[in-house]
Design a protein around this ligand. Structure first.
Ligand code: ADP
Length: 621
């Protein structure tokens, strides 16, 4: 950062001021402190808003004056822009600063600098009401009269951080409900010198410009412009009535000391500045009439708070209140949305609760119904089993004569063998071996008779309907055996064709046999009175691999099914025979369907009827 050395003061003048300082009331006791300062080189930072050379020209003599006046200390001028000013203060590179009120307020807040004097520009003007802004436009712009007319216009200013050159005008624009950052068509920061802004307004590059108060009048006096070409928006006279300004007045520049600068030195500097005569070379160069005690900078604080800049920048950070004041419409909409959502969730929950209780009730009803149904089904099954048993008993009764005939053979054989044995024993014509042979034959005949009775007993057994793995060929074989005697009696041939490698079916042996015997008996009934060559029944088993099912066909060569009765065959009590009950097929259908199968009549190409039972292949549970 550049510094400028003032020319060395004469020893005579220096000693004179030293004496003055010591004679000043309250400073006599600090003589030794004054001596301690001797030989120090200290920096005074000055805000160089119009370039280094101009700063040197304006403030150089003041710094020189201080170097001359403060005993033993030589001061160097350090021209700084806003950024450099902050860096220098932060690093403690300067002992005093001379800056604009805005910058001072910020540094006071951030680094604790404190004002010790305020610049007095003119004798006849209060230093606390010195700085204004003027918002200017061309005089012929009839559309621009007031500050409020700036909306959607282009405006030029020095810099965002310039106090009189922007921030003061910004505050005034805000009063007129204009936010320069959003309500203007364009906001251009052109930098120093401010004369350029006046030129841009004049040549129409921008609609309006912000400059410090009284600059226009100064330029007019210097013959640089003609005041008549321009106007000040919202213009009012300043305190002295010399200039037209657009804003209220703010205090003039202060001279402030840094926290680390000794109070004694600050006191000496203050006294020296206060003592400066108004015709002093330094005052003339700086275009001021002298220095006065520090004035109140509250107005600057108020402005910064309003603009939320400088020490009050934190106010831009969103707090709940600020957020509410800015976005209350959106927050209200969001709140309403949340309320609606809560209400919706509550309603949905209520609905779910109501539906759940309805469902629970329905479920209970369903369970009750299911239980009832299961009980009914169980009852039906038991009744069906009872019926099937009764039907079997009746069938057995009907088969009895055939069976009796069948039993007759082994019993007659046993009787004959026994009689023969007795005779030969009595005549002594029988050897032991012959006797053993006859007795063995008797035993095998007895076994045959026992097997016949066993089959009948098994057929009459009561049994529950359960799906079991049943070898269908075996069941069909046994049923045929049971029916064999009846068939013989009626002169009917039963041809059995059994499929090989047939898997077990899901059924129950006795009931399946009951169905087969029923079909065989119906077939036999149909063959009554027919010629001998037609009196045959073909019973066959088949395995339909693709369907995963096994089929039993019972085919006769009788007259076939009466077409009129075909649709009623499986209805209970449908019969065409005189002594029939009409329950056989209906019962057979119930049994087959309870095992997951079907029973139907297949249309024949040749005379006779063919009943077909299909049962699913047994699967391991
Ligand atoms: P029922 O034998 O007591 O009459 P079913 O229910 O067993 O009762 O038979 C019902 C009817 O179906 C029989 O009356 C008969 O008209 C007819 N039917 C059954 N099997 C045959 C068959 N193989 N040929 C012709 N008609 C038959």
């Amino acid at each position: 950062m550049p510094t400028m050395k003032p020319s060395q003061p004469s020893d005579q003048f220096r000693n004179l001021l030293l004496c003055l300082a010591m004679l000043w009331p309250g400073t006599g006791g600090a003589v030794h402190e004054a001596r301690e300062l001797a030989g120090q080189h200290l920096n005074i930072g000055v805000l160089a808003f119009r370039g280094e050379q101009r700063t040197e020209k304006i403030w150089g003599p003041t710094v020189e004056y201080l170097s001359l006046a403060v005993p033993g200390v030589s001061f160097d001028l350090m021209p700084l822009d806003l950024e450099q000013m902050e860096q220098a203060v932060q690093a403690g590179q300067v002992s005093f600063i001379i800056t604009n009120p805005g910058n001072y307020v910020e540094l006071e807040y951030r680094y604790g600098v404190s004002r010790i004097a305020t610049l007095q520009r003119y004798h006849h003007q209060s230093p606390s009401r010195r700085i204004h802004s003027a918002i200017i436009a061309r005089a012929d712009r009839t559309d621009l009269k007031n500050i409020g007319d700036l909306k959607n216009r282009s405006v030029m200013a020095v810099s965002e951080n310039a106090f009189g050159g922007f921030q003061v005008a910004w505050g005034e624009m805000k009063q007129h409900a204009i936010d320069p950052n959003s309500d203007l068509a364009e906001l251009v920061f052109a930098g120093f010198p401010q004369d350029n802004i006046v030129k841009s307004v004049l040549d129409g590059s921008v609609d309006a410009g912000i400059i410090r108060g009284c600059l226009l009048e100064q330029m007019d006096r210097a013959g640089l412009i003609d005041m008549a070409d321009l106007k000040v928006l919202g213009g009012r006279p300043n305190d002295t009535g010399e200039c037209r300004v657009s804003t209220p007045a703010y205090p003039d520049w202060p001279l402030a000391k840094l926290g680390g600068t000794s109070d004694h030195l600050a006191k000496l500097v203050t006294m020296t500045l206060l003592a400066m005569p108004d015709n002093h070379r330094a005052a003339l160069a700086g275009e001021y009439s002298g220095w006065t005690i520090p004035v109140e900078y509250q107005a600057v604080h108020d402005l910064f708070r309003e603009l939320q800049i400088g020490p009050y920048e934190w106010m831009r950070r969103p707090t709940l209140l600020i957020l509410w004041s800015r976005y209350w419409q959106w927050i209200l909409v969001a709140l309403l949305g949340v309320l609606w959502w809560i209400w919706h969730v509550y309603r949905v929950e209520q609905l779910v609760r109501t539906r759940t209780s309805q469902l629970t009730r329905a479920n209970l009803r369903l369970q009750e119904e299911m239980e009832e149904r299961q009980q009914t089904e169980q009852k039906l099954l038991t009744q069906q089993n009872e019926l099937a048993h009764v039907a079997r008993v009746s069938t057995a009764g009907e088969l009895a004569s055939g069976l009796a005939h069948e039993l007759n053979q082994p019993l007659s054989a046993i009787s004959s063998y026994a009689q023969g044995c007795i005779w030969r024993l009595e005549s002594g014509r029988i050897t032991q071996d012959e006797l053993r042979d006859v007795i063995q034959r008797m035993a095998s005949e007895a076994e045959r008779a026992g097997a016949i009775i066993q089959r009948l007993r098994g057929f009459l057994r009561k049994e529950q309907t359960h799906c079991k793995a049943v070898d269908i060929n075996q069941a069909v074989g046994e049923a045929t055996d049971l029916f064999a005697a009846e068939a013989n009696r009626r002169g009917i041939r039963v041809n059995l064709t059994l499929a090989e490698a047939i898997p077990p079916v899901c059924s129950e042996t006795i009931q399946l046999q009951q169905v087969i015997i029923n079909l065989l008996r119906n077939a036999a009934d149909a063959l009554n009175g027919l010629a001998a060559e037609r009196r045959r029944i073909e019973l066959s088993t088949h395995y339909a691999v693709a369907e995963g099912a096994v089929r039993i066909d019972v085919r006769d060569f009788g007259p076939g099914i009466d077409p009129q009765g075909k649709s009623h065959l499986f209805e209970p009590f449908f019969t065409t025979t005189a002594d029939g009950m009409g329950l056989g097929l209906s019962l057979s259908q119930s049994i087959v369907e309870s095992h997951g199968g079907t029973i139907r009549v297949i249309d024949n190409a040749h005379p006779g009827a063919c009943f077909s039972i299909v049962l699913p292949v047994y699967k391991e549970p």
